[in-house]
Design a protein around this ligand. Structure first.
Ligand code: SAH
Length: 361
């Protein structure tokens, strides 16, 4: 049994079955045994690979996106560049390199990284110090401690890692899906007693067929709302990229990934990555409630094409060997093709109300 499985079993014995959200919160975020405390889950030797680890072009295009948006903000002398969940720091290192094409923007940046994992913070520090010794990032555990002022937010595969709750429609009405302990000592899903009020999911989902599962991530909604509020009142922009659906829907999207394969989400808490599909409609409405103007979601493939991924690829290929060229083109295909990451992954932008349309949207 993992340390975390022991802790969870204790909590369930004391208080009864826990929500899927509580399970995710502990399995991913426990300060000692959570999955994201483990040194490095990314890359070919880890559990999964993300867009910035597939191609440097991903972070570079985002860096240019930020520079254009900054110009649109009338080039403030000082701007907070905030990345939520920066992983290994690869996206930011690539983005800062591309941002150097706009030296005034590069000089205006105050970098803030929101990261809870201790090992990953260390990794981010190394990556950024090596590529950009003049930049001194500040780390935060959440967005509450970010400084005032115009702020550009970047979040790639951050929201999918935030805890969400699941509700299931049964013949006796809605119940919450919870996690309890099975006879063999492992974990299993159980249902709460029927709810006496509607589940806290979008109203359009209340009238579901029996057995339908609806999901809601209160943590995601709170962060999206706060981003909308900050961008609307202090100026700036947000670019959120993740995999998920653009309209609210039913379905159990909880998944666990370990060593590049799917595994049982309840098998080894703390040792596999747990994610859920992002509900872009819900995130967009929350950002809108905060006062932001929302653009997208737009398929990642379309977004990257509009930002000029083909031109950048051609430039890299020109100075590459035949083998490298094949690798570069393969990576770009992976990011943009509809049957790979091009459609399932989506981009959403949040801007101040009444402002210009951000690049790509
Ligand atoms: N953006 C990176 C990493 C994605 S994985 C990339 O594209 O490669 C998710 C990231 O979010 C990790 O860095 C993880 O440690 C961080 N994270 C997860 N939950 C978090 C939370 N509640 N607060 C802050 N960071 C979190």
């Amino acid at each position: 049994m993992t340390h975390l499985a022991g802790l969870l079993t204790g909590e369930i014995a004391a208080k009864g079955p826990v929500s899927v959200g509580r399970y995710m919160e502990l399995a991913l975020g426990h300060p000692d045994f959570g999955y994201y405390q483990s040194a490095d889950p990314f890359g070919a030797s880890g559990d999964f690979i993300t867009a910035p680890e597939i191609s440097q072009i991903f972070g570079e295009l985002i860096g240019i996106w930020c520079a254009v948006v900054w110009r649109g903000m009338r080039s403030p002398e000082r701007v907070n560049l905030v990345e939520l969940g920066p992983g290994r720091g690869t996206l930011m290192a690539d983005a800062l390199r591309a941002a150097a094409m706009e030296p005034e923007f590069r000089a205006a940046i105050h970098l803030h990284l929101v990261e809870t994992g201790k090992g990953l913070r260390h990794r981010q520090k190394e990556t950024i110090a090596k590529a950009h010794p003049d930049v001194t990032p500040q780390w935060h555990c959440g967005i509450e401690s970010l400084p005032e002022g115009p702020t550009i937010f970047i979040a790639n595969e951050f929201f999918d890692a935030l805890p969400m709750r699941q509700f299931q429609k049964t013949s006796e009405g809605w119940r919450e899906k919870l996690i309890g302990v099975a006879d063999n000592g492992g974990f299993r899903f159980v249902l709460s007693p029927p709810l006496t009020t509607p589940p806290p999911v979008g109203e359009e989902l209340w009238d579901a067929e029996a057995e339908a599962v609806a999901e809601v991530s209160p943590a995601s909604l709170n962060i999206a709302r706060a981003i909308g509020e900050k961008v609307a009142t202090q100026g700036g922009a947000a670019l959120i990229i993740d995999y998920g659906h653009d309209s609210p829907g039913f379905g159990d999207t909880l998944q666990a990934v370990k060593s590049h394969g799917f595994t049982d989400p309840l098998a080894d808490p703390g040792e596999a990555d747990l994610t859920a599909h992002v509900d872009f409609a819900a995130i967009g409405s929350a950002a809108g409630l905060g006062g932001g103007a929302v653009f997208g979601p737009l398929a990642q493939g379309i977004f990257l094409n509009r930002l000029g991924i083909e031109t950048r690829t051609a430039a890299l290929v020109e100075s590459a060997t035949a083998g490298q060229a094949e690798e570069i083109q393969g990576a770009v295909a992976r990011l943009t093709n509809a049957d790979q990451m091009g459609t399932l992954f989506k981009a959403l932008a949040v801007m101040p109300g009444g402002g210009a349309t951000p690049p790509g949207f």
